[in-house]
Design a protein around this ligand. Structure first.
Ligand SMILES: Cc1cc2nc3c(=O)[nH]c(=O)nc-3n(C[C@H](O)[C@H](O)[C@H](O)COP(=O)(O)O)c2cc1C
Ligand code: SF4
Length: 704
């Protein structure tokens, strides 16, 4: 509510809840999530977690923390707790997490059959040996743990418990979900095919977990809470099913201090909004609370307080677990607490955050432009630096980049003019939100337009396509050109750097045409996808819904290959096949005729013809930078007009995902009235590995 009080129906979310020896101040539980920074960027990660503490979370967890070099998942960058040397970085993290009264939890992981050990070069150890199961088919196998190894592993866990305590954490979370943690590998008949006392019956498969929990209590002297993160359902004939999980919990109702339950694979658990809505795991978790006296946390991309309250009132969950909603809005609990519901920056479920982890880059968030820039750039999810000496800012274009630029510049205190050529604000998200499965993407525009609307220092002009003369006449001191991009109508992208012969009779459409409502209906369509992200598959769905028969052609060996980084590729494949879309992989058009498309195999060059009545090109985009170039050509007029700087940002500079555009908007706003180093120094702080003193291990040269 505007007066800062919350509706009383949300009070239940702010009740304290006991977790073993600790008490959480409320029911908001930030479940573990990695961030692409991990051990490489400890201060950046700690500062990111600090914003969650400030934002009011009752419990804040680290990402998975590898306890031993015999199990590491390079190229993914997680935390390490391999030796005492790792304690200071983790202690800094714990301190940041606890800075506003949250409980700090550390998730301990031993990846077993998932860890190829590409960095440590140790032989991987698994419950049952076999090829490493991970996202990439590394040509590596794990050896089966023997009894001595199991004793070693228990000792390594003990050392990790001691180190976690020394680092100042309150909660230890044992990772056994998403197919990633050794505890799940022991529990699941798919990964545990042992015939000793650790295999066979559920009782036996749970033995290792029982032993480790007991040792955790001993090692932490009962002062830390112990939680188990387990898979709600692991599919497949041999997997650890939801029914077996329930049996396990009923048999071990008192084992941990908290049950942290998450869907079986990471793809299922962190499903994008295209494939799963809020609370999608409810069916798998409902009823489990009745099996145990210990509190239960569950997840489901919860962003709405009413949905959260329902989970508690219906007796499904004790804690509202959130990874992505806490990334998109670290201040989610505080906004609910203070009744500022309309200020919640809702996660759009795009999984760009996941892609940061999958690529070994650093994670970004489409909605929260400060994510992982809190320490690197001093950005904050809710605050911006105060205004500099200038007064006025013009932003041309109200897509994701322009809206973020205008919002953050206005928050800094500048007088902002926002001009948009269309009547509706939002740019590309206004068009894309109408596509199948992408409705939640509209939140990028809704959040920002909602905040901008009441701001007295922002003037918005719709239906205003500005010329260079207009910009010069307006004379704002700083100008951002955020005019977006348009899709190409030819094959030019990665495979082809020049167009191929095309018969003018064949109707060729772009994604912009289809999003504008102009496209084939009831025809046989060849859709060529050399973009490899979501757009090609989304438009294939759109075309099927219009009664078209679709042949999807791509030079990729898979459809929508980059969506592996957002955990969607498998679901996209299943959906396209179920819709009857015909897939032509490793192929690209060589010519477009009046009634056919001639394809070439990218490996052999073998040609084939596909009949077609229309073609849709999902290839690459052209920046709409005409206004910027016109202004650059008149740079001599800027100072006379009062203009100090003109910046090209977002898709108009270099087309990319929406997250790249919102980031560019934030960057423009943050850098107004700061010194422009023109790239001579990095624009962000980074940590450099400390040099280890010590003699060379190489043999001394002869005669030395
Ligand atoms: C970027 C990202 C990284 C994640 N890393 C971990 C992790 O290290 N350990 C873990 O148990 N779960 C991890 N998860 C899964 C989340 O904890 C959570 O179970 C899942 O995202 C569903 O919750 P949500 O809908 O609130 O995001 C990760 C999720 C995301 C989005
Ligand atoms: S990147 Fe997308 S999915 Fe991830 S938290 Fe941000 S909005 Fe949500």
């Amino acid at each position: 509510m505007a007066d800062g009080t919350r509706p009383s129906r949300y009070d239940i979310l702010f009740e304290p809840v006991r977790i073993g020896p600790k008490v959480a101040k409320n029911r908001f539980f930030q479940v573990p999530h990695c961030n692409g920074g991990g051990y490489r960027d400890p201060s950046a990660v700690a500062e990111m977690r600090r914003t969650k503490a400030e934002g009011g979370w009752g419990v804040i967890m680290t990402e998975q923390t590898e306890i031993h070099p015999s199990s590491e998942i390079t190229p993914f960058i997680e935390q390490h707790l391999w030796e005492d040397k790792d304690i200071p970085a983790m202690a800094a993290m714990a301190e940041a997490m606890k800075s506003h009264g949250a409980l700090a939890g550390i998730q301990l992981a031993y990846s077993g059959i998932n860890g190829p050990n590409l960095y440590s070069r140790e032989v991987p150890l698994a419950v049952t040996g076999g090829p490493i199961l991970t996202f990439t088919p590394d040509p590596v196998q794990a050896r089966t743990l023997d009894r001595e190894d199991i004793a070693d592993l228990r000792r390594w866990f003990r050392a990790a418990f001691r180190r976690s305590r020394q680092a100042g954490f309150d909660i230890i979370c044992l990772y056994g979900a998403h197919g990633f943690g050794i505890f799940q590998h022991f529990l699941s008949r798919a990964t545990n095919r042992r015939d000793d006392e650790y295999g066979g019956t559920l009782e036996n498969r749970a033995r290792f977990l029982r032993e480790v929990v007991e040792e955790a209590r001993e090692e932490t002297k009962g002062e830390m809470a112990i939680s188990l993160r387990l898979s709600l359902h692991e599919g497949g004939a041999l997997g650890f099913s939801n029914a077996e999980l329930r049996d396990f919990i009923a048999m071990h109702a008192d084992l941990p201090d908290l049950w942290d339950l998450a869907q079986g694979t990471w793809e299922e658990c962190s499903a994008t909004s295209r494939f799963a809505g809020e609370g999608a795991q409810e069916g798998l978790v409902a009823g489990i609370r009745a099996l145990t006296p210990k509190p239960v946390v569950g997840v489901g991309r919860f962003t709405g307080p009413d949905a959260m309250v329902r989970q508690i009132r219906a007796g499904i969950l004790d804690f509202i677990g959130a990874a992505r909603p806490s990334i998109a809005d670290p201040f989610l609990p505080r906004k609910i607490e203070e009744g500022r519901i309309e200020e919640i920056r809702e996660c759009i479920g795009c999984n760009i955050c996941v892609s940061g982890d999958m690529t070994g880059g650093i994670s970004r968030c489409t909605q929260n432009t400060a994510f992982m820039e809190e320490w690197r750039k001093g950005w904050h999810p809710e605050r911006v630096r105060p205004k500099g000496r200038s007064e006025t800012v013009l932003v041309v274009g109200a897509g994701p980049a322009g809206l973020e630029a205008a919002l953050q510049a206005a928050r800094r205190g500048y007088r902002v003019t926002l001009a948009e050529a269309e009547e509706t604000l939002g740019g590309r998200v206004t068009r894309e939100r109408a596509l199948p499965g992408l409705a939640a993407w509209g939140r990028v525009a809704d959040y920002r337009t909602g905040l901008i609307a009441p701001m007295a220092n922002v003037e918005v002009y719709r239906g205003s396509r500005l010329t260079a003369d207009d910009v010069l006449a307006l004379g704002a001191e700083h100008v951002a050109i955020a005019t977006g991009a348009r899709w190409r109508r030819d094959v030019v992208a990665r495979r082809h750097l020049a167009p191929v012969p095309t018969d003018a009779v064949m109707p060729v459409f772009t994604p912009d045409d289809l999003m504008g409502g102009h496209g084939p209906a009831g025809q046989r369509v060849v859709l060529y996808d050399d973009d490899h992200f979501y757009m090609g598959s989304v438009l294939a769905e759109w075309l099927v819904a219009r009664g078209c028969g679709v042949d999807l052609v791509t030079p990729g060996v898979k459809v929508a290959e980059w969506t592996e980084k957002t955990l969607e590729q498998g679901r996209i494949m299943r959906r396209l096949l179920s819709l009857g879309v015909r897939l032509h992989l490793s192929k690209a058009p060589e010519a477009i005729g009046a009634d056919r498309v001639t394809l070439a195999c990218i490996w052999t060059g073998e040609m084939s013809d596909l009949p077609a009545e229309a073609v849709v090109m999902v290839t690459s985009r052209l920046p709409e930078d005409g206004l910027y170039r016109a202004l650059k050509a008149r740079a001599g007029d800027w100072s006379g007009a009062g203009i100090a700087s003109v910046r090209l940002i977002g898709d108009a500079a270099a087309p990319g995902p929406i997250a790249w555009a919102t980031y560019a908007g934030r960057r423009f706003a943050e850098e107004i009235d700061t010194e422009d180093h023109r790239g001579d120094v990095p624009s962000f702080r980074r940590e450099i590995a400390g040099l280890e003193p010590g003699p060379s291990l190489l043999p001394p040269p002869e005669g030395a």
